[in-house]
Design a protein around this ligand. Sequence first.
Ligand code: G3P
Length: 223
Amino acid sequence: MKLIIDDANVAAIRELYEYYPVSGVTTNPSILAKSGRQPYEVLKEIRSIIGDEAELHAQVISAKAEDMIEEAHKIVAEVGGNMFVKVPAIREGIKAIKVLAKEGYKITATAIYAPMQGYLAGEAGAVYAAPYVNRIDNLGGNGVAVAKQIHDIYENNGMKTQVLAASFKNSQQVLELADYGIGAATVAPDVMEGLLKNDIVDCAVAQFVKDFQGLCGDGATML
Ligand code: G3P
């Protein structure tokens, strides 16, 4: 499972890129709004941080398929590199995905709350489909189960589309999907930092240092 950063804060992206094995960055219109910066300015800065090879996902805003298609062309031309265009898996979006996929654009179908959206987006030619795990949980559903079901639909039908699960609030949701072998998960910085947070582990590492420096002196290392 690829791990992707779901954020547009360039300082956070820089830091996470230094520490974690991440494959790219996803954004959405709300995430871009939170940055308080002009969308293309921030997307280009993210591109310069992560390089041309890494995945960068940006979403269209328009309601009609024809306008979504035009936006997709503009996003890819303007930002460049390994660009994915996020298109909501609604009626107009599925129409846009069909056209864009035929044109060779890489599409992430987004705003997925139900397995049927994932199936249709895959059939239309999306590279990824993004179920919103925690938002589904908040509606009383089971986000992890929806993501797994979409993954199974792709596997059972020989489809190439991968699940790019989104909207996580805790490590357990991420772990369950990694265990299941889904394609990718995009995770906000606070959840990313939480993946490794464990006081018991920190205590164990501190004890190793204490024992070693009891033998060799304060501040000693293997150097
Ligand atoms: O990009 C969509 C998804 O990541 C939204 O996450 O935390 O706003 O539910 P969230």
